[in-house]
Design a protein. Sequence first.
Length: 179
Amino acid sequence: MVYVFLADGFETVEALAVVDILRRAGIETKTVGVGKRVITSSHNIPVTADITEAEADISLTDAVVLPGGIPGTPNLEASETVQRFIDYCADNGKYLCAICAAPSILGHKGLLKGVEATSYPSFHNELAGAVISEKYVAHDKNFITARGAGVSLEFGAEIASVFVGREKADEILKSMQCK
């Protein structure tokens, strides 16, 4: 199960493009509302999450996706549930995926030490110990990070490639006229 956590103020494209790619790939994916089911994006778009954080089953977690956005990123970081899921992934070799401002959450926890990672450029200084990548999407070990909304489809495809392979992920992008 891939859990995409949504908190008020999340970046719409960074979350929903990833969900779209993962579901096209046939990967079981659930959006998780932090604190409630209807979450409002940073551009005032209400999105109904599949489940609330109280309904997410940590034992089913294969990956956690953290979309960026302000104040979405600090709202994710403030969630005890999100922190618990991040810790579970880190402790169990599960995938931690974050885009835009959200890789800063992983940096603040000290999880990116020695890891090639990226984020929105103004957040690079928040990626404590990371090897800052010039790539738009960086994949190192069980961490997948990306710069921002403009690479959301590539970010989603990189996550999908972990579960269904690079060829299938590229086929999805091609079918969407991205490649």
